[in-house]
Write a protein that binds this ligand. Structure first.
Ligand code: GLN
Length: 483
C-alpha cells in the first residue's frame, strides 16, 4: 500500500479498494517503524490524521470526489499548523504552537488531505544538508551515511522512503529541487507569488516559495493544484488563474525548444552527472524536443549575490525572535539586553547566527551600497539573462546539483563549500522563476536530478515535460533498499 502514488491512491479511494483511514493507519505504522533510521519527522499528528481520514471517507461516502480527498501528506515544519508545534527546526520555536493554519495548510485540508505530521528541516530553512536542525540531522534513505539535501530534507527523506506519497516543502535557493535530486524525487518550486506565503515562517521573503515534493510529476501536479492560488493575506501573492495541471500533463513535446546553458557544464560539475544529463537530453529529443545551446553569462555572480540578499532578509525577518515577541526566553535575565542576548544566543544555532551576522553587516551604513545594493543589481542581471534566453527557448535544462549527496558531516567545517553546491538552483529564486527537479539516474548508488526551468507561471509546462519524460524512463520508480 505504501508504494502507491497520490494518483494511485486517488483511484483506489474512488474505487473503494481501501479507505483513507486504512491507508493512514498503514502509513502511521510505517513511520513509527522506519523513521527512527531517518529522523524525517519532528512531530507526528496521529490523532489529527485519523480524524481527517475519517472525515474524508465520510465526504466520499456522501458522493464527493477529488484527487486529494483522503490523501495522506505531511508539512514541512515551517508551515503554521493551528495548535500543533511549528518549530522551523529550531530550539527557538520548540514550544511554539501556531495559533492559526498557513494558507497552504488550510487549502490542502479543505481539499481533504490527511496530515500525518510535520517534517524535519534545516533550522529556519538555512542549509543544503538538513544537518542544521535542532532536532538532529536527517539521513538519506538511499544511503544512511549521506545527507538527504536541505532544507526540506525531512519531507524528501520521508517521501523517498515511502513513508508517505508526498509532502509540502519550501524553496528559497533550492530547498525543494536539491533534496528532490538527492533522494530521487520530483520537486517543483513554483513562480514567486503562485503559492501563498501566509503562515509560512519567513527566511528570505523575496525568495521563499512553497511547493510540492513527490515521486512523480503527476503527483506534483495534484499537490500543487491544492496549494496554488491567490491569497489576499499575502501581498506578494499574484492573482493569476490556476490552470488544471493534471489536464496539461499529456501535451506533446514535438518542437519543444530546450535551452542548455553552456555555463552549466563548467569545471565544478561531476562528469558522471554531466553524462546523465546528456542522456536525459537525448531522451527528450526522442520525444520531439529541439536542443539549443544558450548562455546565462551572469550565473557566476549569483551565489555571492544570493548569500548577501538571503541573509540580509533573514536578519530582518528573524529579529522578531527575541524572547519577548516570539521564541525561546532564557532563564533569569539580568536586564533587557541580557534577555535579548542570551535568548537569541541559546535559541539560534550556529548557521542561523552566522547568517544573521552576515545579513546585518551587509545592511549596515557604509556597507549597504557595497554589498546589498550591488547584490540587488546582480539579481536584475540574472533575471535579464533568463528573459533573453526565454525569447529563444521554451524551457532551460541542466543538472540540479553539481555533485550527488555528500556524506553526513563532510561540509560542516566549511559553510562556503556547501553554499557553492547551490549554483544551479539559486538563480531561479533570484529571478522568481519556476523550476522542477526530476530523477535522471544514479552515481555510486546515489540519485541525480535534472532541472528544468520555465518562464513565469509556466509550471504546467514543466510538469508536462517531466511527465512525458517519466512515461518513457523509470528512474523515478526506483526504491531505496530497506524501504
Ligand atoms: N541552501 C540554500 C540556503 O542555505 C537554500 C535554502 C532554501 O532554499 N531554503 O540558503
Amino acid at each position: 500500500m505504501h508504494q502507491m502514488t497520490l494518483a494511485e491512491i486517488a483511484r483506489g479511494l474512488a474505487d473503494k479498494k481501501f479507505s483513507s483511514e486504512e491507508l493512514t493507519k498503514v502509513l502511521l505504522a510505517r513511520i513509527t517503524q522506519l523513521d527512527p533510521q531517518l529522523n524525517s519527522f519532528i512531530s507526528l499528528t496521529e490523532e489529527l490524521a485519523l480524524e481527517q481520514a475519517k472525515a474524508a471517507d465520510a465526504r466520499r461516502a456522501n458522493g464527493e470526489s477529488g484527487a486529494l480527498l483522503g490523501a495522506p501528506i505531511a508539512h514541512k515544519d515551517l508551515f503554521c499548523t493551528q495548535g500543533i508545534r511549528t518549530s522551523c527546526g529550531s530550539k527557538m520555536l520548540d514550544n511554539f504552537k501556531a495559533p492559526y493554519d498557513a494558507t497552504v495548510v488550510s487549502k490542502l485540508a479543505a481539499a481533504g488531505t490527511v496530515t500525518l505530521g510535520k517534517t524535519n528541516m534545516d533550522e529556519f530553512a538555512m542549509g543544503s544538508a538538513n544537518e542544521s536542525s535542532w532536532y538532529g540531522a536527517v539521513k538519506n534513505p538511499w544511503n544512511l551515511e549521506h545527507v538527504p539535501g536541505g532544507s526540506s530534507g525531512g519531507s524528501a527523506a520521508a517521501v523517498a522512503a515511502r513513508l508517505l506519497p508526498a509532502a509540502t516543502a519550501t524553496d528559497t535557493g533550492g530547498s525543494i529541487r536539491q533534496p528532490a535530486a538527492f533522494t530521487n524525487l520530483t520537486g517543483l518550486k513554483p513562480t514567486y507569488g503562485r503559492v501563498s506565503r501566509w503562515g509560512m515562517i519567513a527566511y528570505a521573503s523575496s525568495l521563499d516559495q512553497g511547493g510540492p515534493l513527490a515521486r512523480t510529476a503527476e503527483d506534483c501536479a495534484i499537490l500543487l493544484q491544492g496549494m496554488a492560488g491567490f491569497d489576499p493575506n499575502d501581498s506578494t501573492s499574484i492573482d493569476e488563474p490556476v490552470p488544471d495541471y493534471a489536464a496539461g500533463l499529456n501535451g506533446s513535446l514535438q518542437g519543444l525548444r530546450i535551452g542548455v546553458p553552456k555555463e552549466y557544464f563548467g569545471a565544478g560539475l561531476d562528469p558522471r552527472i554531466a553524462d546523465l544529463i546528456q542522456n536525459s537530453i537525448q531522451e527528450l529529443q526522442k520525444l520531439g524536443a529541439v536542443i539549443k545551446e544558450i548562455s546565462l553569462p551572469n550565473m557566476q555572480h549569483a551565489i555571492p549575490a544570493y548569500y548577501v540578499i538571503a541573509p540580509a532578509e533573514a536578519s530582518s525577518n528573524l529579529s522578531r525572535f527575541d524572547g519577548v515577541r516570539f521564541g525561546h526566553r532564557c532563564e533569569d535575565p539580568k536586564n533587557l539586553e541580557d534577555l535579548y542576548k542570551r535568548s537569541r544566543g541559546e535559541g539560534f544555532g550556529a548557521e542561523v547566527q552566522r547568517r544573521i551576522m552576515v545579513g546585518a553587516y551587509a545592511l549596515s551604513a557604509g556597507y549597504y551600497d557595497a554589498y546589498y545594493l550591488k547584490a540587488q543589481k546582480i539579481r536584475r542581471l540574472v533575471k535579464n539573462d533568463f528573459m533573453a534566453a526565454f525569447n529563444e527557448v521554451d524551457i532551460i535544462l541542466g543538472p540540479t546539483t553539481p555533485n550527488p549527496a555528500w556524506k553526513l558531516g563532510a561540509k560542516n567545517s566549511d559553510p562556503v563549500a556547501a553554499y557553492l553546491e547551490d549554483v544551479y538552483t539559486i538563480t531561479a529564486n533570484l529571478a522568481g522563476l519556476p523550476g522542477l527537479s526530476m530523477p535522471a539516474g544514479f552515481v555510486d548508488g546515489l540519485p541525480v536530478g535534472v532541472q528544468l526551468l520555465a518562464p513565469y507561471f509556466q509550471e504546467g509546462r514543466l510538469l508536462n515535460v517531466a511527465h512525458q519524460y517519466q512515461l518513457n524512463t523509470d528512474w523515478h520508480t526506483r526504491t531505496p533498499t530497506g524501504f
